[in-house]
Design a protein around this ligand. Structure first.
Ligand SMILES: N[C@@H](CCC(=O)N[C@@H](CS)C(=O)NCC(=O)O)C(=O)O
Length: 209
């Protein structure tokens, strides 16, 4: 059995945040496929025994079980001594970006992608709301990345792995990333890190074609 087991589904950028960290750190890990599209996370068995919050990802390893990608990334940074910031000020800066990510950068965009790109349905007013909020978050990150190659400076951290979660999927969402050139350059920069892999190289797809 691998040291770490990630309960996940390939289409989930929240799972990818953790899978990417595990891979870049050279951890001994394996994905455990969750039948997300079949409703497994909504069932009582999953909520009672895997994650009471009814979400992927869940990481199991070293006698610990953790959910919430931000908490998992923080724990993995402590376990591996990698990508977690060099001092208290950097660790707080990482937390600041991960909170922004969970509230605004990933959440609106991931929901937009789900509605427009995967489920291909959604109330036009809701879609427009999500798009406006996602674009607003993209603008903030793009402006920040005009000043720095990674979120905290010259080196990548778990803050980058948190925000990057949804940016290698290709579904149409109605947002043109080319309007955010610094964001695009950062996406490319992360893909050039040694050991980088695309989400579908790390985790199985769950959606039936
Ligand atoms: N803040 C959580 C978000 C996790 C999340 O929303 N996961 C989605 C899949 S990408 C999920 O399981 N959603 C189930 C639901 O909302 O019912 C994290 O970063 O881990």
């Amino acid at each position: 059995m691998s040291e770490y087991r990630l309960y996940c589904v390939g289409e989930s950028g929240n799972c990818y945040k953790v899978a990417l960290m595990l891979e870049l750190c050279g951890c001994d890990w394996e994905p455990v496929s969750v039948d997300y599209f079949g409703g497994e996370t909504r069932g009582a068995a999953y909520r009672d025994s895997i994650n009471e919050m009814g979400e992927v990802p869940m990481l199991e390893g070293k006698g610990t079980r953790l959910t919430q990608s931000g908490a998992i990334l923080t724990w993995l940074a402590q376990q591996t001594g990698r990508f977690g910031g060099r001092n208290e000020a950097e660790r707080l800066e990482i937390l600041r970006w991960m909170l922004f990510d969970n509230h605004k950068f990933t959440s609106y965009y991931a929901t937009l992608r789900w509605m427009v790109g995967l489920a291909k349905q959604g109330d036009p007013a809701v879609v427009q709301f999500l798009k406006t909020r996602a674009v607003g978050a993209f603008q903030i990150v793009d402006k920040h990345l005009a000043k720095t190659p990674f979120l905290l400076g010259d080196e990548p951290t778990i803050a980058d792995f948190s925000l990057i979660g949804y940016h290698y999927y290709t579904e149409e969402t109605g947002i043109d990333r080319n309007e955010f050139p610094h964001l695009v350059a950062w996406i490319r920069r992360i893909a050039e890190l040694p050991g980088w892999k695309h989400p579908y190289e790390l985790m199985s797809r769950g959606m039936k074609a």
